[in-house]
Design a protein around this ligand. Structure first.
Ligand code: UDP
Length: 457
């Protein structure tokens, strides 16, 4: 009897920082003999295909399909509250229909739904259709345990049952874990009151739906977060998943990567360049954007700066007068970088980052020290890991009066991180610790193999 290949239907949350790690995991699954159907929203599918130099290459390996997200093309998909509500309302039925069509038309039915943890409704669809289930959590384990601790936060009087903050008390879930100010809790740091309520309700509901999954896979490593994994042993580490484990095909970027920056990096001295990138969401106002540019200028170091075309509403790359001319000999600006390759380049000295979890893991896996500039969601937890737990970077202090990070503060922290070997040495030790988890015999490697066995069973 021929045992059919496992056929996994993977569905990420429709945002860049979720699509990339899901795509990485799926590439690992394909390399282990699984078949994968990857479900993007129509909107993101188009962006990914447009951004790729050879779309056919990826389609040889992974079956890329798409369903509508329920929003019009011009609507703002960075409005997380609206996106969460719309996709739940529309994509649930679309997903069920898609699975029915696949199962009706193909010999190899879907054998497992692998959903982003934030898409609890996808697990409910799979349960209804009697398909086995796993979730991928794409942030730190400490952020998921923080979500699991919502009932305790309510009992302790820190929040009410609607997630509204009641007490200003620093939260630390266990020793050796990051610190979180209540106003920096994931939902409390996102958007307006309506968005905060929707995010809180979604997280509370997902704490229940996640129980429908047999596996909670997390893109992290036990040695990076031992205390968090001890708090919730049901969370299984499989990270850090990186390009090294991929099939060498696209990671699912929404923007085309500007490869010219790699040649530019080749021309810079070893361990000299500041890499500045704020992920896929973060936006700047003009004053802060100028201050960052001037901070880079007075720091007087080579820099590679990712300035997405949508980094500021109407900002239109409004650099300070003469900035680009004055820094031309030692600075390069790109719209979107091949970030994992950039961070692995020997000329990179430090990473000025918004501390998204993927960026954090990518910096850690390459032994790069950080300058932390978090904005919202899980980024403050990640900053605390970097500065308080792992000691591989420094945080910026905001000016009390204006609330912005001033050029003098940027220069000061650049000098601190580049001028003290402690940061680089700690970063190199952390890299070794993290990467050992993903090697043969490492905990993440063992979990991944067990997961494959379960898929094939
Ligand atoms: N990224 C990239 N090129 C860039 C900037 C970011 O490829 O110029 C990738 C980065 O490698 C990471 C992802 O985009 O994998 C961003 O995810 P993260 O969790 O760091 O931040 P988010 O975008 O979710 O805020």
């Amino acid at each position: 009897m021929v045992i059919p290949l496992p056929h996994i239907l993977a569905i990420p949350f429709p945002a860049q920082g979720h699509v990339i790690p899901m795509m990485e995991l799926c590439q690992c699954l394909v390399s282990q003999g699984c078949k994968v159907t990857f479900v993007n929203t129509d909107y993101n599918h188009k962006r990914i295909i447009n951004a790729m130099s050879s779309p056919a290459h990826i389609e040889d390996q992974i079956h890329m399909v798409s369903i509508p997200d329920g929003m019009d093309p011009w609507e703002d998909r960075n409005d997380i509250g609206k996106l969460l509500e719309t996709i739940k309302r529309v994509m649930r039925a679309e997903l069920e229909e898609l699975i029915k069509n696949i199962n009706d038309s193909e010999d190899d039915n879907i054998t497992c739904v692998l959903a982003d943890e934030t898409l609890g409704w996808a697990l409910e669809v799979a349960e209804k259709m009697n398909i086995k289930r796993a979730v991928l959590w794409t942030s730190a384990a400490a952020v998921l345990t923080l979500s699991f601790s919502i009932p305790k936060l309510i009992d302790d009087g820190i929040i009410n049952t609607k997630g509204v903050l009641l007490k200003n008390q620093m939260i630390q879930q266990a020793p050796m874990m990051p610190f979180t100010k209540p106003e920096n809790l994931v939902w409390a740091s996102i958007g307006d009151a309506t968005t905060q309520r929707i995010v809180f309700e979604t997280m509370s509901r997902n704490n229940q739906t996640v129980k429908l999954a047999d596996w909670i896979l997390c893109n992290s490593a036990i040695d990076l977060e031992p205390a968090a994994f001890a708090l919730a042993p049901e969370i299984q580490p499989i990270g850090p998943m990186l390009a090294t484990t991929r099939l060498g095909i696209s990671s699912g970027s929404f923007w085309a990567e500007d490869l010219s920056c790699l040649e530019w990096l080749d021309q810079q001295p070893q361990n000299s360049v500041i890499y500045i990138a704020f992920g896929s969401f973060t936006v700047f106002d003009k004053t802060q954007f100028h201050e960052l540019a001037l901070g880079l200028e007075i720091s007087n170091k080579p820099f590679l700066w990712v300035v997405r075309e949508d980094i500021g509403n109407g900002l239109n790359h409004a650099y300070p007068d003469g900035f680009l001319d004055r820094t031309e000999s030692r600075g390069k600006v790109v719209n979107w970088a091949p970030q994992q390759k950039v961070l692995g380049h020997p000329s990179i000295a430090c990473f000025l980052s918004h501390c998204g979890w993927n960026s954090t893991l990518e910096g850690v896996s390459n032994g790069v020290p950080f300058l932390c500039w978090p904005y919202f969601a899980d980024q403050f937890v990640n900053e605390s890991y970097i500065c308080d737990v792992w000691n591989v970077g420094e945080r910026f202090e905001r000016d009390e009066e204006s609330g912005i990070i001033k050029q003098g503060e940027i220069k000061k922290k650049v000098e601190q991180v580049l001028g003290d070997d402690k940061f680089k040495n700690n970063a190199l030790s952390l890299k070794e610790l993290a990467m050992n988890n993903a090697m043969q015999g490492g905990q993440s490697h063992i979990v991944f193999n067990n997961f494959i066995d379960w898929l094939k069973a």
